[in-house]
Design a protein around this ligand. Structure first.
Ligand SMILES: Nc1nc2c(c(=O)[nH]1)N(C=O)[C@@H](CNc1ccc(C(=O)N[C@@H](CCC(=O)O)C(=O)O)cc1)CN2
Ligand SMILES: Nc1nc2c(ncn2[C@@H]2O[C@H](COP(=O)(O)OP(=O)(O)OP(=O)(O)O)[C@@H](O)[C@H]2O)c(=O)[nH]1
Length: 459
């Protein structure tokens, strides 16, 4: 069983910091801790300490103190992992932390695998799979939205919704089974019509969740954005404007950006995963050509293309080449250098691509607000103002919901075709199990219990 090993790891970051924590979890956590931690108050031993209490002391190898530390003891089952947990809070130097971890392992713990503490929380039943997944999402959140939806998921918002849908399904499967077993007490007259309404509602709920996915994913993970334009149009300057610092190389010499640079930036709640590319033009320079090919490749993968045009000069054949390449993409045309005299005729761009056009000066930042507003409109249609909607941001959840929906639609089909009731059960159970996979539950035992509880009273 999973409880056999006591596991340990540095749970804080892998760079020097003020304080670092070593977490030990498992049956032997306290015993191991007592082998290397000595409390200043000599009577305090982890094995005897009350849950959620702390002690000050030192970590010792033989009689040599490795570091001073605070010990936090949490006793099963009310801990993060549902097992005994000891946390050694030391000075956050990576050398010292590694040394202490080695010591903990020498005393009998095993180095934890990635995610193993949270896996134990799941196996211990404290959290479901969607909550376990949310822990990683919280840690990896790129923006406020991602953090917020992940915490909601950790609190069980998605789980509760899934459990509610599963209960409705199970109730109806149980009803069908009972009625088929015991037709004297349960009548299926009019049942298909009732079931159809319930299934319609469930499909609506699933659809509702599914429609949040695209927005949810873009909101939480960011818009994959590529900046393209011919040499010297101001692509690197635009990137710098976004980043707010001189990261990309800006020069007067056309063709200075040869590779692609990427940045993750947050503007007014929107995350842009931006790739700045080499200026696109016909070139004989081998290195530059690789950059141009790479730029064209990034265009194909992008959700959004920011096409930068130097508005102080006329369009040329390079611009036409770019425009023909980005025609089918989500494009915003940036007429850059709006601080200079305008030479360009916008209608010449409109002839080639159907896209919003923003006048902007990457140098002064004029026009940036209009750009952010436009992006908000393009991608979120106002959803950026937080609402109470439950968002799906995890592809696994989305896939299970799609399977759930398909199974439910099959139930509807069977109803419409006037099939026997036991046909409904098969697809209902299929939907039930796909929903169950979101929260990491297996279906069978649960089903038996439920049928027993709901339908066998007094009979
Ligand atoms: N020091 C420290 N801080 C941390 C964590 C940790 O493991 N250690 N966490 C994680 O990485 C997060 C907190 N998550 C936790 C979740 C549940 C329990 C827990 O013990 N739950 C018990 C209830 C305890 C009580 O009510 O007193 C339970 O659900 O039974 C602890 C931490 C964030 N901060
Ligand atoms: N006046 C003015 N000059 C700008 C503006 N944006 C960029 N420039 C200038 O235009 C020149 C080229 O800018 P870059 O940002 O290097 O252009 P790029 O498109 O990245 O060029 P490549 O790396 O060659 O592809 C630099 O001298 C910038 O200072 C702007 O809004 N106004």
């Amino acid at each position: 069983m999973f409880k056999e090993d006591t596991i340990a790891a540095i749970t804080t970051g892998m760079s020097n910091a003020g304080v670092g924590i070593i977490r030990i979890s498992g049956d032997r956590a306290c015993e191991i801790t007592d082998m290397l931690f000595r409390a200043a108050n000599k009577n305090k031993k982890a094995v005897n300490m009350k849950s959620y209490t702390a002690a000050f002391g030192g970590v010792y190898e033989d009689d040599r103190m490795i570091d001073e530390a605070i010990l936090l003891v949490m006793k099963a089952p009310h801990t993060y992992t549902c097992e005994d947990v000891c946390e050694l809070q030391c000075h956050g130097g990576i050398v010292v932390l590694r040394k202490i971890l080695d010591l903990v392992i020498k005393c009998g713990a095993r180095a934890a695998e990635p995610g193993e503490f949270t896996k134990r929380a799941f196996l211990g039943g404290r959290i479901d799979l969607s909550q376990a997944e949310s822990v990683m999402d919280i840690i990896n959140a790129k923006n406020d939205f991602a953090a917020r939806t992940s915490v909601e998921q950790l609190q069980g918002r998605l789980r509760d919704k899934i459990i509610d849908m599963r209960e409705q399904i199970l109730y109806n499967v149980a009803f069908i089974e009972s009625a088929l077993d015991d037709p004297e007490h349960y009548s299926l007259d009019g049942f298909p019509q009732k079931l159809e309404i319930i299934v319609d509602n469930l499909v609506d709920s699933v659809d509702n969740l599914l429609t949040t996915f695209d927005n949810g994913k873009v909101l939480s993970e960011g818009i994959n954005t590529v900046i393209v334009g011919k040499p010297n149009a101001g692509k690197s300057s635009l990137m710098n404007m976004f980043v707010g610092e001189e990261r990309a190389i800006v020069t007067d010499m056309a063709g200075t950006t040869r590779d692609t640079l990427s940045e993750v930036i947050n503007v007014r709640g929107i995350t842009l995963n931006i790739v700045d590319t080499a200026g696109i033009r016909d070139t004989d320079d081998v290195v530059e050509k690789i950059g141009v090919d790479k730029a064209l490749e990034s265009v194909d993968k992008a959700d959004l293309v920011l096409y930068v045009v130097d508005s102080s000069i006329d369009l040329d054949e390079n611009d036409h080449r770019i425009m023909s390449r980005i025609q089918d993409k989500n494009v915003v045309v940036i007429l850059n250098k709006s601080d200079l005299e305008k030479k360009i005729d916008e209608s010449n761009i409109k002839k080639y691509i159907d896209a919003d056009i923003i006048q902007l000066s990457a140098l002064t930042g004029d026009g940036s607000e209009e750009l952010y507003e436009l992006l908000n409109r393009m991608f979120f249609e106002g959803t950026l103002t937080y609402n109470d909607q439950l968002y799906i941001t995890n592809t696994r959840h989305k896939n299970e919901l799609v399977c759930t929906k398909n199974a439910l639609l099959k139930v509807k089909e069977s109803i419409d075709m006037g099939m026997e009731e036991d046909f409904f059960s098969i697809d209902l159970m299929d939907a039930y199990e796909h929903l169950g996979l979101i929260i990491g539950e297996t279906a069978r035992d649960d089903l038996a219990d439920k049928i027993f509880k709901e339908f066998c009273m007094g009979k």
